[in-house]
Every structure is written in C-alpha cells, then in structure tokens.
Design a protein around this ligand. Structure first.
Ligand SMILES: C[S@@+](CC[C@H](N)C(=O)[O-])C[C@H]1O[C@@H](n2cnc3c(N)ncnc32)[C@H](O)[C@@H]1O
Ligand SMILES: *[C@@H]1O[C@H](CO)[C@@H](O)[C@H](O)[C@H]1NC(C)=O
Ligand SMILES: *[C@@H]1O[C@H](CO)[C@@H](O)[C@H](O)[C@H]1NC(C)=O
Length: 346
C-alpha cells in the first residue's frame, strides 16, 4: 500500500428519499431493460438517480451492464455517481469493461477523469490530513523476510513485487549512467539497479529505521552508491540539474498530490533522453478506478512534456492469498500491473 487515497465512494446509505423509492426502483428496471424513454421520463419526474436497488446496483450500473450508451449519458448528465460501488465492489465502469462495451466504457472513463481532475484535488485534500507522511516516518516499522510493515501492520513493501521492481530497474537503466531511486523499502529495486552497474546510483530514503538497515547491510560502502537521508521534499534541491539518466519513485504514506509535486521536479532532474518510472499502485483494488488513475497521471505528466507508455505485466501468479496473511490491507488485487515508462516527448 503506497498511496492511501483512492477516492470517496458512494454506498447504499445514499438512498435518502423514501417517497421516491418506488420511482427509483422503476428507474433501475428501465435502465436494465434499455428503455431510454422511460428512463428520461423518470429522471424528469425526479426519480433518484443515486438509488441502489435490492441487489445493491444503481441505474447507471444496470445501463453499463447492457452497454446502453444513451442511457448512461442521460444518467450521468443527471448527476448519477460514476464511482458508486456494488456489493462486490464493482463500479459501472467495471461492468462495462467486463462485458466489453467500449462506448459505454469510454463515456464512464471520460467522466471519471474529468471529475477527478476538477473535484479530485479538493476531495483528496480533505483526506490528506488523516495520516501524514511525517507520522509514518516517525512510527516504527518492522522487517521480516518477505515484507516491510508499518506500525499498523499495513504492508509498506512486499517480496511478491520483486519481479515488478526488476522490470522497473530494467526500464530506468536503459541508458546506464546515473540513476536515482526515491524510497529504499526492501532494497528490491536498488538491488536490481546495481546489476546494471550504473556509473552512479543515488538513493533517497527518509525513514530512520530503513536508513539504519541500509547502512547495516553495507549499502553505504558500495562504490557507485550515494545515499541521501531525508524526505525527497527536503533533499531534491541538493541534486544537480539534468543529472539523471533514470529515475524511479516509490514512497509510502504519500498521496496523489505528492506524486504530482514530485513530477514538477522531473524536467529539471532528468537528462533529455532520460527515463522516468514510478510505482503505479493507485486504486489497486478496483480495475476501473485504476484505469482512471493511469489516465490521470499520464495526462498530467504529458502537460510537463513527457509521453508515457504503460507496459502490461501479468501479476496474478505471484499473488496467492497466503501472500497477504498478517497484512491489514490487500493493496493490490488486479491481474495486470501497468509499468509506466516516461520520456520527454520529441
Ligand atoms: C514502498 S517502499 C519502496 C520499495 C522499494 N521500491 C523496493 O524495491 O524495495 C517506500 C519507501 O519510501 C520511504 N519513504 C516514505 N516517504 C518518503 C519521503 N517523503 N522521502 C523519501 N523516502 C520516503 C519509506 O520509508 C520506504 O522505505
Ligand atoms: C469491498 O470493499 C470493502 C472496503 O475496502 C471491504 O471491506 C469489503 O470486504 C469488500 N467486499 C468484497 C465483496 O470484496
Ligand atoms: C487544502 O487544505 C488546506 C488546509 O486543510 C487549505 O489551506 C488549502 O487551501 C486546501 N487546498 C485546496 C486546493 O483545497
């Protein structure tokens, strides 16, 4: 679990207007049967578009399931929540995706991206105060053979991610040279980076216990390694302009806004043909929300002059249920990991 915020999600407690309940159930039925006229009439007469029927589904979910783009549009325009979740934690976008309804999927994706771009900053800002990066950095962490956990038994880093970290290392070491990694964790990505014999390898780490362990295990004595102890927010200024051929970012207890803030430094730090990658773990328990966030980051990085390629890597095989024993949150539940490779656009 790297990023605490996915986004606020509506649930069944939203059904507030009892008198309109009957109409709202009719709306679900009309959406389910693809009856656009009926849907329009019910919306017009004030039926609650946020209603969850007895199966815990909203009208939008029903319309998404059958891939009726017109009904989906009508519902979205009337304020139906795109991010409501069914009892099995699926959103309308997941239903469209599962059934292969491209047009409906695209509509929901566009709505999700727009809503997160505009409203996301405000909503995320409100959750931001709940658990801060600074609090995490002052808490104890615990190491075991296959994981690093915070004081609440949430996984900071886990061994199943080793193949992903090796793929990240390969991507950012493409040009050799000088590599920067932010966040040491279990040292998986740094061990992989070392195999590419970079000329210089800078590692930023802010947690005192993680730092201590780095020193104890000899990372301070490696000839090409430079460890910078501190939060990236405080130490990035010390790094030279245009000095890195590859950069990887993977911290803990931070938020989407922090990643965005880090990205502001990229144009200064990265060489013109350098490669940047980050741990792509937003909303790792919902496939559709994850797609929304993949698109969001790509868009925002594009505005800084970078193009992003997302390379699909299957992860199902490294993730049996036993992996999560004793860990408080399953931060990743998807079958595919999308590894971002970002470079300056021409
Ligand atoms: C998920 S782990 C990194 C895992 C690493 N990629 C690996 O392969 O093992 C995140 C690391 O970032 C560190 N960290 C958290 N916030 C930080 C910050 N603001 N600046 C620098 N490091 C930070 C954590 O202490 C932790 O060691
Ligand atoms: C849905 O998500 C909630 C919150 O993360 C979780 O407590 C619940 O077990 C999930 N339900 C299912 C069916 O996966
Ligand atoms: C975020 O929250 C802080 C304090 O909680 C506030 O000062 C700031 O204006 C907020 N920013 C946005 C974009 O809402």
């Amino acid at each position: 679990m790297r990023f605490f915020y996915c986004f606020s999600i509506c649930n069944a407690s939203f059904a507030l207007f009892c008198p309109a309940m009957e109409e709202a159930d009719q709306l679900c039925l009309a959406a389910k049967s693809g009856d656009l006229k009926k849907v329009q009439t019910l919306i017009y007469s004030g039926a609650d578009v946020t209603h969850f029927d007895n199966d815990g589904l909203t009208p939008l979910m029903h319309a998404a399931k059958i891939g009726n783009a017109e009904i989906v549009t009508a519902l979205l325009e009337s304020g139906a929540p795109w991010n409501a979740l069914s009892p099995s934690n699926l959103s309308a976008g997941d239903f469209a995706m599962e059934a292969g309804h491209q047009e409906t999927f695209d509509l929901l994706l566009k709505t999700g991206i727009q809503s997160e771009l505009i409203l996301g900053t405000i909503a995320r800002n409100q959750t931001k105060n709940e658990y801060s990066n600074q609090e995490y950095l002052q808490d104890r962490v615990s190491f075991s053979e296959d994981k690093l956990m915070d004081s609440e038994s949430k996984g900071v880093m886990m061994a199943w991610e080793k193949p992903l970290m090796e793929a990240h290392a390969k991507a950012i070491c493409l040009n050799g040279g000088h590599i920067l990694n932010v966040g040491f964790g279990m040292g998986l990505v740094d061990t992989a980076i070392q195999r590419y014999n970079p000329v210089k390898h800078t590692i930023i780490e802010a947690h005192p216990e993680v730092y201590k362990r780095m020193i104890e295990s000899g990372w301070g004595e490696k000839e090409n390694v430079k460890i910078v102890f501190g939060r990236w927010q405080d130490v990035l200024d010390k790094l030279d302009d245009n000095s890195f051929d590859g950069i990887f970012f993977d911290t803990y207890g931070e938020y989407y806004e922090d990643l965005r803030e880090f990205h502001q430094h990229l144009p200064r730090l990265l060489k013109p043909d350098g490669v940047y990658s980050y741990f792509n773990g937003f909303c790792g328990s919902n496939a559709f929300f994850h797609v929304v966030y993949c698109n969001l980051v790509t868009l925002e990085i594009e505005n800084l002059g970078f193009s992003t390629q997302l390379i699909p890597l299957p992860v199902k095989d490294c993730l049996g249920d036993e992996v999560w024993e004793g860990v408080k949150q399953k931060y990743w539940q998807l079958d595919t990991y999308y590894l971002p490779v970002c470079q300056f656009s021409d």
